[in-house]
Ligand binder design. Structure first.
Ligand SMILES: NC(=O)c1ccc[n+]([C@@H]2O[C@H](COP(=O)([O-])OP(=O)(O)OC[C@H]3O[C@@H](n4cnc5c(N)ncnc54)[C@H](OP(=O)(O)O)[C@@H]3O)[C@@H](O)[C@H]2O)c1
Length: 322
């Protein structure tokens, strides 16, 4: 089988396409013939070993997981004897970031509890775009944000992988959604259901008079005091991404603000979760969520895909096809 392999932290150039022995699933594993994978920020953390704290999990001096790739969609080709949920021939998708990665390859052997059946109504490429980004958006809105129908929700950085799912998932909860993006992405946000679009190159939403019940900070930066100003009296702010300063403020100032007032502010960390993936699967089947795909790369072009992702201007998700 072909796989993308690396044995030292570094830029995308350290990744090599190799030929290796096809994997054999253990008793509790399924062997998935991967049709597509996709790129997430976690791939860059794993590749570079940065921030350095991540090396506690990914290997101190060199990478512990030598085949990167978190999201996969594919067909089950073999099952271990203890596997109960799936059978050979099932089409599945899932996030492998909690079970050793390995998605940038033609095959992977994984425990069954990281997978869900792929909705029949979407392609493998679309399914591969979903797991990590959509589950992040769901956990941020529902669990940390406690989203409710009728609320005014703002998503800053709405046009990337996580943001395009967040807009659609927030709509599925019955929220009135405002997406913040640049001029070239305004039509994309409207096409996926955003009620209002704010162009961050022309307006700063934190300086306007309107306020929100829930703000998701996915990309872009504003001081936490500006986000606080833009919240309604009992509003919530969930920091998902957007860089180090935004994260530091959410971790350090967020708990203090939450303890001393009615507004709740803090960050969230996504965890792969089978039930949440099934929840998203049902939204996909109901047509309430549709993956937005910017472009696709071949397996051999994973380094180029990561370089493009690193520029930070993807319009939706970047997919890898086998
Ligand atoms: N907390 C967690 O567990 C977790 C999990 C997954 C991801 N994340 C984080 O979430 C963030 C987003 O991930 P992603 O995969 O969605 O990234 P992405 O796909 O690379 O996001 C790119 C998008 O961000 C937009 N953008 C860039 N600068 C912006 C700004 N100043 N204001 C508004 N939008 C801006 C870009 O639009 P333009 O080109 O128009 O600027 C582009 O559409 C990352 O920081 C990642 O680390 C966190």
């Amino acid at each position: 089988m072909k796989a993308i392999f690396y044995d030292r932290y570094g830029p995308p150039e350290v990744l090599k396409l190799i030929e290796m022995e096809k994997l054999i699933p253990k008793d509790n594993q399924v062997l998935v013939k991967i049709h597509a994978s996709s790129v997430n920020y976690g791939n860059l953390v794993l590749l570079k070993g940065e921030p350095y704290l991540a090396r506690l999990a990914f290997g101190l001096l060199k990478p512990k997981y030598t085949i990167p790739g978190g999201d996969v969609a594919g067909r089950i080709e073999a099952v271990g004897k203890d596997v109960k949920q799936f059978q050979v021939g099932d089409d599945v998708f899932g996030d492998l970031s909690g079970c050793g990665w390995g998605g940038f390859a033609e095959y992977v052997a994984v425990p069954e509890n990281v997978l869900a059946l792929k909705p029949a109504c979407i392609s493998f490429e679309e399914a591969a775009a979903v797991p990590m980004a959509a589950v992040t958006a769901l956990q941020a809105l529902r669990d940390k944000g406690q989203i409710k129908s009728g609320q005014k929700v703002l998503i800053n950085g709405a046009s990337g992988g996580v943001g395009t799912f967040a807009v659609q998932i927030a709509k599925s909860f019955g929220a009135e959604v405002t997406g913040v993006c640049s001029t070239r992405n305004s039509d994309i946000l409207r096409s996926i259901g955003a009620d209002h679009v704010i162009d961050y190159t022309k307006e700063d939403f934190t300086q306007k008079t309107q306020s929100f019940d829930l703000i998701l900070a996915v990309n872009g930066y504003h001081p936490i005091s500006a986000y606080k100003r833009a919240l309604n009296p009992h509003g919530r702010y969930v920091m998902v991404g957007g860089g180090g300063a935004q994260l530091t403020e959410a971790i350090i100032q967020g708990p203090y603000i939450s303890l001393t007032g009615n507004k709740k502010m803090g960050n969230m960390l996504q965890r792969a979760n089978q039930n949440d993936l099934v929840f998203i699967k049902e939204l996909l089947e109901a047509g309430k969520v549709k993956p937005v795909i910017d472009r696709s790369y071949k397996l051999s072009d994973v380094p180029e895909a990561l370089r493009y992702f690193e520029e930070g201007h993807a319009q939706g998700k970047i997919v890898i096809t086998m």
